[in-house]
Design a protein around this ligand. Structure first.
Ligand code: ADP
Length: 683
């Protein structure tokens, strides 16, 4: 630890921080930025006047780094050193070094715009260019002028273009910490492999059987492929002749791994044993695994991208950027000279890879962020003029405004409404916060809280709907509730209420293929959301779980109605002659209900006329995921609103929504589509 590059520059860092309100620190991954900077400033006494907050774009990094720093300082996690991620706060009165996700800091600044409890804010991993970090950069720029005397801001990055950030912060100093990276030899494939999984497998086995000791780090695109490769590697290594080479431990590493599995990558291997770590891009810069000498780089990453013109997300496996490729290679040279095997030709790297990764702000739906900015009430800020390091497109800002208008969060003048203001206080996406508010009116808040909690749990924690479990469930005659014909939201509610009736039985979860940890998390999230709603309503609300799912048709009706309000910009209408749907909006898309949905056709073979959907995602084709049947009566007023909504003019600090006649939904040609094919469920 003592020889970490950041520690060798302790004096210089302190001098820079002392003299400037903002500084950029650039250092190789693993140089000690995340774990040491906070400790250096703590030693110097910066925690006497406030907390040192260190933001991380990823939840797992916030937890892992906080754990590490607590260990180094020999304190209990949650005491002097703690972390806060959405729905999980492990800090106390005594916490003076706090790791938190960038989203949590944004939320804190809503309650306290001056962020007075912080003496130092470190925006870590800024190169990841997460949407929230980008917004924080803009907010920090304002804050440092207002708190010039008692706030220090550090922006740290492994690869960020320091000059650009420096310019953004009125030419603040940029410190580059020289990393001691050993040379890494790069090998390119002659051509793109047919299967990069097989190619990674072969390369890893070659390294294992032929190369001297040193751990192998393989970059894959997602959990599914990681699991497949881990299992194939285990089989193949087991079948190697005993004594022909050293032992090997195969370790997966991705964001959805339980914490106890994640920390395994930080323990060194036993003697005469090689670790083969199969990771997502989380190991690129967020988590540093020591001991890696060989890197296998598929050249791909899985990325969620939002297209504002179709309001559709797609989860695409895309080529990485040159910056990412170099980061990946760099992982091999931390302890000694290493080797990086790129499973693509050098011409692909040169000609096809983008220089830098596209920032998330340019590939996300901005409804949540725009609502957030509007709720800050910054008098001199027009959303279009907000100081972004890289501004989003006008198209995506307009898309966000339209979405917010349809769910009543902003009015025709583009001003935030009372409803919008309350929505912004909830740590949920706009559709769900709007649903909770409406549910409160209809007297079905308890049910809506459950659905919001179920949907907010990370997808992998949710009921495992993989084919395997489905088969197992059928085989054991296990019966999860089926949504009573209303679809997935109702099913999620029923699952939770059923579980509640079993007194939260662990065995029941296991018997039904539900992840125990995930379900417990949902229960906790639900409790927290209920508390927030209580606070907002300043009174007593009925948030008790009823547990009477069998006979609660009445509450389903109310809940579906509330959901319809919340998801006003995520509705679809069935097409005339078959079960394809067309989304309602200015640019309707022809879509299908995802086959994993519990929504099934009726006896006449028909799906409901109208549904709302939680997500519209293009895999092999555009699919609606997690859908709920709604009534035409509730949809009609929304269609009126869509028809009214023509364009949003962004002018002079006020975003105006103009009424118009173009883009009338009912004028849209009715397209037909053939329903066929099963999607690739690789995400
Ligand atoms: P940077 O932020 O510059 O990428 P870090 O501060 O994350 O660097 O890492 C510095 C060192 O601390 C690395 O050698 C890394 O392996 C180690 N480290 C970081 N987190 C943990 C952890 N949770 N457990 C064990 N070691 C860790």
């Amino acid at each position: 630890m003592a020889n970490l590059p950041v520690l060798q520059f302790e004096e210089k860092i302190l001098e820079t921080v002392e003299q400037h309100p903002v500084a950029v620190i650039i250092g190789e991954t693993g140089s000690g930025k995340s774990t040491q900077l906070s400790q250096i400033l703590h030693r110097e006494g910066y925690t006497k006047s406030g907390i040192i907050g260190v933001t991380q774009p990823r939840r797992v990094a916030a937890v892992s780094v906080a754990r590490r720093v607590a260990q180094e300082l020999d304190v209990c996690l949650g005491e002097e050193v703690g972390y806060a991620i959405r729905f999980e706060d492990r800090t106390s009165e005594r916490t003076c070094i706090k790791y938190l996700t960038d989203g949590v800091l944004l939320r804190e600044s809503l309650a306290n715009p001056e962020l007075n409890k912080y003496s130092v804010i470190i925006l870590d991993e800024a190169h990841e260019r997460s949407l929230n970090t980008d917004i924080l950069l803009g907010l920090m720029k304002r804050l440092v002028t207002r708190r010039a005397l008692n706030l220090k801001v550090l922006i740290t990055s492994a690869t960020l273009d320091g000059d650009k950030v420096s310019k953004f912060f009125s030419n603040c100093p940029v410190m580059t910490i020289p990393g001691k990276l050993y040379p890494v030899e790069i090998f390119y494939s002659h051509e793109r492999p047919k299967s990069y999984l097989e190619s990674s497998l072969k390369t890893a086995l070659d390294i294992h059987t032929r190369e001297p000791e040193g751990d192998v780090l393989i970059f894959m695109t997602g959990q599914d492929d990681i699991e497949k490769l881990v299992s194939k590697l285990e089989d193949r290594i087991r079948s190697l002749e005993e004594g022909s080479c050293m032992d090997a431990i195969i370790l997966p590493l991705h964001g959805s791994l339980p914490p106890e599995m994640q920390v395994r990558v930080f323990s060194p291997p036993p003697p005469n044993c090689r670790r083969i770590i199969v990771a997502t891009n989380i190991a690129e810069t967020s988590l540093t695994v020591d001991g890696v000498v060989y890197v296998i780089d598929s050249g791909y990453v899985k990325q969620r991208q939002y297209n504002p013109s179709t309001a559709m997300y797609s989860l695409d496996v895309v080529q990485i950027s040159k910056v990412q490729a170099n980061q990946r290679a760099g992982r091999a040279g931390r302890t000694r000279p290493g080797k990086c095997y790129r499973l693509y030709p050098s011409t692909v790297y040169q000609d096809e890879f983008l220089d830098a990764t596209v920032p998330e702000i340019q590939r996300s739906s901005l409804a949540g962020s725009v609502l957030y900015l509007k709720s800050l009430d910054l008098p001199d800020i027009d959303i279009l003029k907000f100081d972004f390091l890289d501004p989003p497109s006008t198209e995506s800002l307009e898309d966000a405004l339209r979405q917010l208008y349809l769910i009543d969060a902003i009015d025709e003048n583009g001003s935030i409404t009372k409803v919008g203001r309350t929505m912004a206080e909830l740590p949920l996406e706009p559709s769900l916060s709007r649903t909770l508010m409406e549910a409160n009116e209809y007297g079905c808040l308890s049910q809506a809280l459950t659905v919001a909690a179920m949907l907010s749990a990370e997808t992998t924690l949710l009921p495992n709907r993989s084919k395997n479990t489905e088969k197992k469930r059928k085989h054991n005659h296990m019966d999860l509730p089926d949504g009573s014909g209303w679809g997935d939201h109702i099913q999620l509610l029923q699952i939770f209420e059923f579980w509640h009736q079993t007194n939260y039985s662990i065995d029941w979860c296991k018997d039904n293929g539900l992840q125990v940890r995930g379900m417990k998390f949902v229960k906790d999230v639900r409790r927290q959301l209920a508390q927030i709603m209580q606070k907002i309503a300043e009174g007593s609300l009925d948030v008790q779980t009823s547990g009477r799912w069998v006979e609660s048709q009445q509450s389903y009706l109310k809940l579906r109605k509330a959901l319809c309000k919340g998801y006003a910009n995520q509705l679809a209408e069935r097409m005339l002659h078959h079960n394809g749907y067309r989304t309602l909006g200015l640019k309707p898309q022809v879509v299908q209900v995802h086959p994993a949905s519990v929504l099934k056709a009726d006896e006449e073979g028909k799906l409901p006329d109208y549904v709302l959907y939680h997500e519209l995602i293009a895999t092999t084709r555009p699919y609606l995921r997690t859908v709920c049947a709604v009534d035409i009566k509730w949809v009609m007023p929304i269609i009126d609103k869509i028809n009214k909504l023509n364009i949003i003019k962004l002018s002079g600090g006020i975003d105006r929504i103009q009424e118009g006649t173009e883009g009338n939904v009912s004028d849209m040609p009715k397209e037909e589509v053939v329903v066929a094919g099963v999607p690739d469920d690789s995400e």
